[in-house]
Design a protein around this ligand. Structure first.
Ligand code: C2E
Ligand code: MG
Ligand code: MG
Length: 707
């Protein structure tokens, strides 16, 4: 583009210099005395002009007529007019006998003026507007009009003398011609201005060529006008300049209407192709491209040129959702890019990395010696993430789960191989292992999961959920001080489904939000009912899921609900997990809003997540619940004992209450007492029970009421 601009400026300078030089060396040039040579040169120049203008016409009339644009069609029609005028002018001017017999030299010059007038006006009108497509149907009409223009102009010219009063008066016609020539010059220059100036910020290379053409048109016009001299040399120079101008027009129109749109459409095509086969975020080839590659490999029996085995490893970033939800999408995107980059740096010949969308990548390896080698390579990929990934907000340890399908063998089609690797990765996640190779039993699991989600969708309407309550006991007094509401799903065919099984599915599908609201409402209503029944008021603990916690209007919803039910917020305790506090700012805001309601906040399963003790100090929370995995082995494992005692003493230090979960025997209870743990929850005190049973077992006896 820059180069084209430079060329245009050069054209203007050369034009001006040429003109000046010719004016300076006018005398010797004017000395071409040989009339025949002059005429021969004039004829050659004229023929070139005719050829170029014919080419411009043919370009629109003959080629790619299905892709006509206004600029190309109108220029083509315009140059048909110009071509015929130039033809008549050249032949009559050099005195080709037959033509010259009915076109006088005077008329010949008028024909030339008409040609210039047509080209100047036409170019001005056509190129001062942005180009747009036009239907092929208008082609014949437009060329019809141009033929009509030719006929009309010639009629006027030939009848001119009789039509115009004083037509024979040469002074009059001379003046008229002079005015017309001046107008033509002005219009050419105006054309340059119109293209350079209005609204067209970015000048395409082709428009710059047209400007160059206009410069030469204008220069030619100056010669034709005999401004500075008389003599046929000027006409010859004028013809030469317009020859150059026509040639530039030809290339300009070609570039503008054929080459540039073609390039544009090629570029658009390339972009669409890129988008269709690549992931925008990471720039990696996507699932569609993977399908193609695997299909290709399958056509070769899964063996590449080297005859080795091929394998597909689908990789999923563990806990990506937590990072994405808590640190925000920007950090999530950044993490995905960094993961892609780290793997890409390790890609060897015969291997390729693909993005499968979200937090999933696919790694295709070929030329492996056998199954073992494929799995070893997969393990190598996993080890790439032993060192942390640096995001803007800090360093994060991440890990990948991998599912591998090897072919030939683990699937007949590309679709199947991908699905099977997918099933293997889900299985690896479920089992908490790092790598799994596909085995047929896994496909069943994937389908099963889909069915579970569908069933879960209907469970709320069909009233299949209910709550159970587990007592929380104050160790010092052995009094019941609270209860945890736990969700149960009684499926008509499956029977009881464990929350450990369905909560993650509900969480992933977003169903947890309405389900969680139902839990909140039901548990609070139950607590209020018990208070109304006259039992000593105690606190109900309700588990919140990540999605619920991330709702900006959660506090508002809870406030409205508590108001509805009429329950004092002081009898509600919300359990969140450490992972929900990862994005400190958002968590702080949400916790402050919730605390503002007057409810209590506990951190559930404490010790298993990755919360920072430093931040915990400033968090508006009331209680830590030590995860039952530590409590259950407190007597057998000194590590766990140390963890429990550290958490307890830290909680004391931070002035937080501490509750031990999963207390099953007296030894554990004794140990917890020694640590001055405040409260405990577990089978030792009571299993989770349905409302009526809970009331009978724990509430009535506490009041000393008979069962
Ligand atoms: P959690 O919140 O840590 O709940 C405590 C889990 O430990 C319950 O399992 C409870 O039955 C079990 N448990 C209590 N005492 C003992 C014991 O002495 N020994 C053993 N082995 N287990 C004990 P459950 O009801 O299966 O719930 C599992 C998890 O499901 C819960 O862990 C909680 O994270 C989630 N969950 C349950 N209900 C809800 C709910 O309404 N909403 C959400 N978001 N999550 C829920
Ligand atoms: Mg809980
Ligand atoms: Mg827990």
């Amino acid at each position: 583009m820059r180069q084209e601009e430079r060329k245009t400026i050069h054209a203007a300078i050369i034009g001006a210099a040429l003109f000046l030089l010719i004016q300076i060396f006018r005398t010797p040039l004017g000395n071409i005395q040989n009339e025949d040579l002059l005429l021969a040169l004039y004829l050659i120049a004229g023929c070139c002009n005719i050829a170029f203008s014919f080419a411009i016409f043919a370009q629109g009339w003959l080629f790619f007529s299905d892709k006509l644009s206004k600029a190309r069609l109108f220029t083509s029609a315009l140059f048909l007019v110009v071509c015929i005028f130039d033809f008549l002018h050249t032949l009559s001017f050099v005195g080709i006998s037959y033509v010259a017999s009915f076109i006088t030299p005077e008329q010949s010059l008028w024909v030339l003026t008409a040609s210039r007038l047509a080209s100047s006006l036409g170019i001005l009108i056509i190129f001062s507007k942005e180009d747009e497509p036009v239907s092929v149907k208008s082609k014949k009409r437009v060329f019809g009009v141009s033929l009509l223009v030719i006929a009309l102009t010639l009629t006027v010219l030939f009848l001119g003398e009789s039509l115009i009063p004083g037509g024979k008066d040469y002074i009059w016609t001379d003046n008229l011609k002079h005015v017309a020539d001046m107008a033509v010059l002005f219009i050419y220059l105006l054309g340059v201005g119109m293209i350079v100036y209005p609204g067209r910020v970015e000048k395409s290379a082709s428009l710059l060529i047209i400007i160059r053409a206009l410069i030469f048109f204008a220069l030619g016009q100056v010669f034709f006008m005999n401004l500075f001299s008389v003599g046929e040399t000027d006409y010859l120079l004028g013809m030469l300049c317009s020859g150059v101008a026509y040639y530039l027009m030809l290339t300009g129109v070609y570039r503008l209407t054929i080459e540039e749109p073609f390039h544009e459409s090629r570029q658009a095509e390339a972009r669409i192709n890129y988008l269709a086969y690549h992931d925008d975020l990471t720039g990696l080839p996507n699932r569609r491209r993977l399908m193609q590659r695997v299909e290709e490999l399958l056509r070769q029996d899964g063996k590449d040129k080297t005859g080795g085995f091929s394998a597909l490893a689908i990789m999923n970033i563990n806990h990506f959702k937590n990072i994405n939800d808590s640190l925000g999408h920007f950090a999530g995107d950044q993490l995905l890019q960094l993961v892609a980059l780290r793997i890409l740096e390790e890609v060897q010949a015969g291997e390729q990395l693909f993005s499968m969308g979200a937090d999933e990548f696919a790694f295709l390896m070929t030329g492996r010696s056998g199954t073992e080698s494929c799995l070893l390579r997969a393990a190598e990929l996993q080890r790439l993430f032993e060192s942390p990934v640096s995001l803007e907000s800090g360093e994060y340890h991440i890990s990948l789960s991998l599912g591998v399908s090897i072919f030939p063998g683990d699937g007949e089609t590309a679709e199947q191989l991908i699905q099977n690797a997918d099933a293997a990765v889900h299985n690896a996640k479920e089992q908490g292992v790092e790598i799994r190779r596909y085995i047929p039993a896994m496909q069943m699991k994937a389908k099963e999961r889909l069915k579970l989600e569908n069933d879960l969708r209907r469970a709320l309407e069909r009233d299949e959920f209910y709550l159970v309550y587990q007592p929380q006991v104050q160790l010092e007094t052995e009094e019941i001080v609270g209860m945890e509401a736990l969700l149960r799903w009684n499926h008509p065919k499956r029977g009881m489904v464990s929350p450990v099984e369905f909560i993650p599915v509900a969480e992933e599908s977003g169903l947890i939000v309405p389900i969680g609201e139902w839990v909140l409402r039901t548990a609070c209503r139950q607590n209020k009912q018990w208070q109304l029944a006259g039992y000593r008021p105690i606190c109900v603990s309700i588990n919140l899921s990540m999605r619920q916690f991330l709702q900006p209007n959660l506090a508002g919803k809870i406030a409205a609900m508590l108001h509805d039910i009429g329950l004092d917020p002081g009898y509600v305790d919300l359990e969140i997990t450490e992972s929900m506090t990862l994005d400190k700012e958002t968590a702080f805001e949400q916790l402050n809003r919730l605390k503002g309601l007057g409810v209590f906040i506990s951190i559930d399963d404490f010790g298993t997540g990755y919360s920072s003790l430093h931040y915990l100090k400033n968090m508006p929370i009331d209680r830590l619940k030590i995860d039952r995995s530590f409590v259950s082995e407190v007597m057998e494992d000194s590590n766990n004992a140390a963890i429990v005692s550290t958490i307890t003493s830290m909680a004391h230090h931070l002035k937080l209450k501490v509750t031990a979960e999963g207390v099953e025997n007296k030894d554990q209870l004794q140990f917890l007492r020694e640590q001055q743990c405040h409260e405990a929850q577990g089978y030792l005190f009571g299993k989770p029970l349905q409302a009526a049973e809970f009331e009978d077992s724990f509430l009535r006896p506490a009041l000393g009421l008979p069962l």
